[in-house]
Design a protein around this ligand. Sequence first.
Ligand SMILES: [Zn+2]
Length: 309
Amino acid sequence: MRHKRYAIGADIGGTNLRVALVNREGEIVERVKTSSTNNVFDSLVSAIDRFYSDDVAGIGIGVAGVIERKKGIVKRSPNLPSVEGIGFTDGIRQRFSLPVYIENDANAAALGERWAGAGREFKSFVLFTLGTGIGGGVIYDGHLLDIAAELGHISIEAAGVRCPCGNNGCLESYASARAMTGRAVELIESGTESLMKACCEGNVYKISPEDIYSYALEGDNLARETLKTAGRYLGIGIAGAINIFSPEAVILTGGLIGAWNIYVETAIKEVSKRAFPELSGSTKILPSILKGDAGVIGAACLAFDKTRN
Ligand SMILES: [Zn+2]
């Protein structure tokens, strides 16, 4: 039987829904990107409909949250509560008569990097997605570990701020994009001098991580300190992951890696102070190659792997 040439990969994150037609070389042939904040299931169906054909082997879906794989539902999604309880796999399978598989979005991104990105040369690596929230995925001995890997929700401050997940002091609350912008606004409101007061026509609530980074490059102390503080916390999280998994590499993806030379470099220094030197000394800390495409490519990889046709 002739192999079907394509799989459809979907990546449902806290902000965006991305869907792509992916070939067996791990390349995106066609793509669509839309908002994930309204009627995500309907948006997903219409995006898949654009790419559906007899030459599609299956559909893989990566979703932010804790996944119940057998039932094909999202049990819990603190950053995207509207997807909780949706029967993604049954609903999509009924409409398209194709095999459908679901995975956590960061796990899907790890699969994507292993297949066609920065993880190709490693048998074991830990991936962190650094965006609105923080996610994780672990490739061990060449395979995706079938675990939640919610690395954004490990506690790094015992009496820290409350997280939507119910815990206090989560890594995500201190090192994510949301944590960064929240901290910058808090410092500006408390009267700390900063050029960022003039940002976004004076509406500091609109400050983005990209704004913080560009002000940091201009030498603004508050902006630099905000990035470094988040970086130190990220380093605590990465050091913990290295001590647990002793990976060959840690791969970082998501919008925040644009601030690599301040945010990630600070994290790398923190890792060297905290992780077992015997482990961290040989662990490479690298940026993703696929960037925002890792999730859709990994979701397509899942469909190819599971269908094997
Ligand atoms: Zn949490």
